[in-house]
Design a protein. Structure first.
Lengths: 165, 141
């Protein structure tokens, strides 16, 4: 479940596994500091969300740096592995990959709180109450975050596809 | 002479309406296409398959935890970050002390100037101007 939570954020299986390992190591390190104010699972998922958001922020900084490297011709071709469904037709597979890249770009533009609430809501096993516990907020706040995230994503994707056409 | 038909060829009202509707239809079609693309992209998250961790995931995790435990034992709880901040603090305090002592040095120089002036006043009195008088007499001769 932790691996899948991280996977929703990073869209990359290897990164998700690495992040999940870091989560469990952090849990192991900080277990004596766990104050039992929430369920153990909630605490673990909270760490998973924090680590995933930190990873995305690091990737963003790396991207800025690598675009600078590309400008000066020092780029070493970072391979962005994207989770795309398997397709027999290469053209379809490429289209799927591009669609995933567009979605990732749109998700990156969301504030962390909206991103976290929206991505957690898309995963099985997370009701609004669980998401509120993980994000340490209220259920109405979570509903508002999810609603705003959906609106922002839709408008961003609309702008993208309108400019494509 | 055949007169030109004064009646200009008239467009039927139906064609007029059809021409007006075409840009609207085109726009609506385009909007529907965009909406379809947006929905298809958003559905990626709903259709994302669950991933199963690698079969060595647990083994790798236990190995990392073991390595961390061992390194903590070896370093005896030494925290490199804390040590680095301690070093920075020491350097900053040292610099501060150095600057403070330098300031003391420059005030000592000012004091010595005052002392020289005081000495000049004391030893520059007419009673001690013997050598000046002697020099003056020799010059007259």
């Amino acid at each position: 479940m932790v691996v899948n939570t991280c996977y929703r954020f990073v869209f990359n299986r290897e990164d998700a596994e690495d992040l999940a390992q870091e989560v469990f190591i952090e849990v192991h390190r900080s277990l004596d500091r766990f104050r039992e104010e929430s369920k153990l699972s909630t605490w673990i998922y909270r760490i998973a969300v924090t680590k995933s958001l930190d990873h995305l922020r690091r990737l963003k900084r790396k991207k800025r740096f690598s675009s600078l490297k590309r400008l000066i011709g020092a780029d070493d071709d970072p391979a962005a592995s994207i989770a795309a469904p398997e397709r027999d037709n290469p053209a379809d597979a490429l289209a799927d990959k591009e669609r995933v890249a567009v979605l990732r770009e749109a998700l990156e533009s969301l504030p962390d709180s909206q991103k976290a609430a929206f991505l957690l809501s898309k995963q099985d096993g997370y009701g609004n109450q669980e998401i509120a516990d993980i994000l340490q907020t209220s259920v109405p706040a979570v509903e508002s975050l999810i609603h705003r995230a959906k609106k922002n994503l839709q408008s961003r994707l609309q702008r993208y596809y309108e400019s494509e056409g | 002479m055949k007169m030109l038909d004064s009646k200009a060829p008239q467009v039927s009202p139906d064609t007029d309406v059809k021409l007006e509707k075409q840009p609207d239809t085109e726009m609506n079609r385009r909007k529907e296409e965009v909406d379809a693309q947006v929905m298809k992209t958003m559905r990626i998250l709903d259709n994302m398959q669950r991933v199963e961790p690698h079969h060595l995931f647990r083994a790798r995790l236990l190995e990392r935890i073991d390595t961390e435990k061992r390194s903590r034992v070896v370093t005896g709880g030494f925290n490199p970050r804390l040590a680095f901040f301690g070093l920075l603090l020491t350097v900053n305090v040292g610099m501060g002390v150095l600057m403070f002592t330098r300031q003391d040095g420059s005030t000592t120089t000012a004091h010595s100037g005052d002392t020289a002036e005081a000495a000049n006043e004391e030893y520059g009195s007419p009673a001690l101007s013997y050598y000046d008088q002697q020099d003056g007499e020799t010059a007259d001769r």
